[in-house]
Design a protein around this ligand. Structure first.
Ligand code: UDP
Length: 310
């Protein structure tokens, strides 16, 4: 397949591009580097099936030649990043999705939107299944991300229903691994950098809020299976193993052998209290489930952060 990946220099975009190339596909990568980093893809430039252009996908999108799939992964994705870039976050989810869908329609390509567990907001049910409509504050600080992704899903389904575009709605839950930015602000990179520098590990709130963390290689395998599935509805991809943030801080401290103290800081506005994917649909439809446990995944991730932390 010849596949366009937007956000190709980002955390997930870079792993996805590498995986697709390894499967023998051709990848055209786009990124405007708001949160992407060329370092993440520099090893791909020698591959003649990989091409890359610095581009803002909220502008008119034109790609010469045939395309079999358009995978729209461009977006700030860390709460810190989308608070810093609220308008680009809204634009890439709304205008960027529209442009990418228009391109997919024109090329008769499969369209995949990288959606998110944030469409469930601060969920009133746990775990979250795909039929749950969510509990989102549209005007809160996280609304710029949550509503942009909800709009993106609505637009994607409209192109499916009205234009017959083949679509894949991928709802990504918390994911971690190499290529996350050190200063990205999410729990795993923050805790890793703090622990490796023996600085205080900052747990927000009392640390009783939960997340369920998926190692990146598991996520990418799930994404690839969804792409090939023929299923046009939303599918949760994530790891259902749920832990509290305090437990995560303790796990990172232990794995790094750090002398850091765990300290408590105010909980950000609208921070979801629980999050855990119901992956029954992915299990059944894609015969997929995550394989990498938290300890193993954190060990692999520490090795990356160790190599980067000065
Ligand atoms: N968090 C924390 N300390 C940090 C960064 C994040 O306790 O230094 C918490 C945050 O409040 C949230 C959880 O970790 O409850 C996951 O946050 P993250 O930014 O990784 O992503 P989210 O799941 O909120 O999108």
């Amino acid at each position: 397949m010849r596949i366009l990946v937007t956000g190709a220099a980002g955390f997930l975009g870079s792993h996805l591009s590498r995986y697709l190339l390894a499967k023998g596909h051709s990848v055209i990568g786009l990124d405007n580097f708001i949160t992407g980093n060329i370092e993440n893809i520099k090893d791909l430039f020698g591959n003649d099936r990989f091409s890359f252009t610095k581009y803002d996908v909220t502008n008119y999108l034109h790609v010469p030649g045939k395309l079999d799939a358009v995978m729209h992964f461009a977006s700030p994705a860390s709460p810190i990043d989308y608070l810093k870039h609220p308008i680009p976050t809204l634009k890439v989810g709304a205008l960027g999705t529209h442009k990418a869908l228009g391109l997919a329609k024109d090329k008769k390509a499969i369209f995949m939107i990288a959606s998110t567990s944030e469409v469930y907001g601060d969920p009133l049910i746990n775990p979250q299944h795909e039929g749950y409509w969510g509990n989102v504050n549209p005007i809160g600080p996280r609304g710029v991300y949550d509503e942009a992704k909800r709009f993106a899903e609505a637009m994607t389904m409209a192109y499916h229903r009205y234009h017959g575009v083949q679509v894949r709605l991928l709802r990504i839950f918390n994911t971690y691994g190499p290529n996350m930015r050190l200063e990205d602000g999410r729990a795993v990179p923050n805790f890793m950098v703090q622990a490796l520098k023996n600085r205080p590990i900052t747990v927000y709130g009392d640390g009783s809020q939960t997340r369920s963390l998926c190692y990146v290689s598991d996520l990418i395998e799930g994404i690839y299976r969804l792409l090939r599935s023929g299923h046009n509805g939303p599918v949760n991809i994530g790891n259902p193993h749920e832990i509290t943030l305090l437990e995560l801080a303790q796990a990172v401290k232990k794995i790094t052998g750090s002398r850091s103290k765990i300290v408590f800081r105010p909980l950000p506005t609208d921070d979801p209290k629980v999050r855990r994917p119901d992956i029954s649909k992915a299990r059944k439809l894609l015969k997929w489930e995550p394989k990498v446990g938290l300890e193993e995944g954190l060990k692999k991730t520490v090795a990356y952060f160790r190599s980067k932390v000065k």
